[in-house]
Design a protein around this ligand. Sequence first.
Ligand code: ZN
Length: 137
Amino acid sequence: MSVRIKPSSPAGQFLMAHGVAESVLNAATLRVLNWQTGDAVTAMLPFGKAAIFVKSKYLQPDANGNLPIDRKLPLLRHELFHVQQGFDWGFVVYWVRQLWARIRYMSITAPNSPVETPAYDAQRAVHAAMDQRGIPR
Ligand SMILES: [Zn+2]
């Protein structure tokens, strides 16, 4: 199964209100992958596309194919931040920086690396906004 977050959908509007560019939403295809270490991994692809692989619990679209506004969106905000990095840096530099962070920090997730900390900041900001709106954890 693959899902695209349409900019006009409620989740798309929510994510755009929290810093995701429409071009990033249009570039990213979400696919289920359940065997990776973390809950998600973003693969920048050539020609301005991206594949976000997430555990199946993150891809539960409604009957219209839209993702609900719930506590799964902060993780997607994190991954979409990486897609923006891919746009900003270009395909090759994105992969070099991501791989170097894993090597330098000797961690597959490298949460304290310069490539990951702003993505976690964006993820936390969406959680905080959901706290304010009373969206259950
Ligand atoms: Zn990340």
